[in-house]
Unconditional design. Sequence first.
Length: 164
Amino acid sequence: MTNIKLILKKTLKNNIGISFNNPIIIPFLIIVDIFDAIIRFFNKTLYLPKYSIRVRSVGLTNHFGGKGFIKNGEKILSMLNSNSNLNPNSNIIEIGCGCGRTAFQLRDYLTQGKYIGLDIDKKSIDACISNSYFYNFNFTFTHINFLNDVYNPKGSIIDDNFSY
């Protein structure tokens, strides 16, 4: 079974393109979102973005139900604690924040600090902006319209001299 799964995954990725943009995968993701929401309901993690959004930055595997997403976010927070002067008053800017894997872990940690998440994937940023989990916290998410063949093919910014 594992070999079939691996062959299918390689075939889809190599022959049709990035999985979350793949026209064959998109209807599948919509169906998976329903079952993922049921699992997140029972796990009390409905605040996480839906599966079809999470896979845009973390891939198709090991994130159904959200536990892998949370676990990876916890690892990132642990690395930040170990390798920086991170504290509850820190001001953080994350370039390439995706749908907020790190932001979800920082929300309760940054009691006085501020978080700014930037990304070129508008769907991921929109998921963060509309997520009530971040309401009334000092968190800001901004779409940066850089041209990128995969995440933002209609982007208008191609200049290396961009400033925020």
